[in-house]
Write a protein that binds this ligand. Structure first.
Ligand SMILES: [Zn+2]
Length: 389
């Protein structure tokens, strides 16, 4: 076994699963400088007795595959060779193995996605030839391209979605999300065991208990809504999970992107419109719209002390504004409205500071070019239509 035995897809998978960073120094590795480090060195394969002693010492199965994703980490050549010969501390090895194991599934999915991309590229090349030689008509080519595009794309979700019996996270394909509408979201460990939806005219007589996204969407379409403070809070999870499934049904790989690394994430407050800030009254809503019209960003209000960032990480932002708080979670990036430009699906939750009010919503953000600020795209298509009769 040698380093060259690892396919490019596997190398990309490992590299991307670890955010393209060196496992030892934490710095970004350019792809051309990428080394894939075998935590348990490959050369031990040539000394079976030594290898089995190492495996035994690390509590690993005797048939542990040294090329398994659980043994691979991305690293710089320098950082990787620092480890040197065959003597390496057990604690370091265990730590590295745990690090690799944690990302192994994601690396596998990313490697598959890389392979699909390569296959798609080759296919598109062949189609171009077939088109030029007249072997296929333009209509036939388009139909094939659409099928490839719609069936083979995988997208990463940056937030874990907790269903009653399972956790949804990482790289997903559309088919992975299809069954989710019928997966119960409740009961969870804490909170309600079901959502109670009511209808205005039936406050005391009719109610619709809801556990799955499909039931929730049906209730919404029939004019029911969550009324109690607890139900309204819990409904945020239904909205998020439902919108995710809907987003996957329309998501395409974008031709261009100005969101997320290396561009602007949800924490780029100078690019975020003030109309994203939380409000309760129509007066504040109009005030924010006017500020937005004047080109004021959330960043401007933060510097003026009007708004405050209370939490910030690559895919999460939390803000307080007057007596309200609002959290934003970046859920996924994909072209969600078929304009070729990558959009961000963002779930939000706003609450009144010191109060009981709180509710969740979805917003789609996009940037049309490298100079543009974020703009809000309607997320209506991702949520069920409320039928108020
Ligand atoms: Zn390094």
């Amino acid at each position: 076994m040698s380093r060259s035995d690892l396919s490019t897809a596997i190398r990309i998978g490992v590299w991307e699963a670890h955010s393209r960073k060196c496992a030892y120094c934490g710095e970004i590795i350019p792809f051309l400088a990428l080394e894939i480090d075998h935590i348990i060195p490959e050369h031990l394969a040539e000394s079976p007795a030594k290898l089995s002693a190492v495996l035994w010492d690390l509590n690993l199965s005797s048939n542990f595959d040294l090329n398994d994703l659980g043994n691979l980490l991305p690293s710089h050549k320098y950082c990787n060779s620092r480890k040197g010969g065959d003597a390496f501390p057990k604690s370091t090895a265990l730590f590295s193995l745990a690090m690799a194991a944690k990302k192994a599934t994601q690396a596998h999915l990313l490697a598959e996605a890389a392979m699909r991309r390569a296959r798609t590229d080759r296919l598109l090349g062949s189609l171009q030839v077939a088109l030029e030689t007249g072997d296929l008509s333009q209509g036939q080519v388009l139909a094939i391209v659409r099928r490839v595009e719609s069936g083979e794309d995988a997208f990463e979700i940056f937030q874990e979605i907790h269903f009653s019996n399972r956790l949804v996270a990482g790289m997903l394909r559309r088919e992975d999300t299809e069954g989710l509408l019928d997966e119960p979201l409740l009961p969870r460990q804490h909170g309600l065991d079901r959502l109670i939806m009511v209808r205005p005219r039936e406050l005391f007589t009719g109610y619709w208990p809801v556990r799955t996204c499909r039931e929730w969407a049906e209730a919404i379409s029939a004019g029911y809504y969550a009324r109690s403070t607890y139900d309204i809070k819990e409904e945020a999870f239904f909205k998020k999970a439902y919108a995710l499934v809907r987003a996957f049904s329309v998501a395409r790989v974008a031709d261009t992107s100005f969101v997320g690394p290396p561009h602007a994430g949800i924490g780029a407050i100078d690019m975020l419109p003030v109309t994203l800030l939380p409000y309760l009254s129509g007066d504040t809503e109009r005030e924010l719209a006017a500020l937005h019209g004047a080109g004021v960003s959330i960043g401007d209000l933060v510097r003026q002390g009007e708004a405050k960032v209370t939490d910030l990480s690559p895919h999460h932002l939390s803000i307080t504004f007057r007596s309200m708080g609002k959290a934003f979670w970046d859920v996924m990036h994909a072209d969600l409205n078929d304009d070729g430009v990558e959009d961000m699906l963002v779930s939000t939750y706003q609450w009144s500071v010191g109060g009981t009010h709180g509710f969740g919503d979805l917003v789609v953000l996009t940037r049309k070019d490298a100079q543009a600020k974020f703009e809000i795209v309607s997320a209506d298509a991702l949520l069920p239509r409320q039928n108020r009769d």
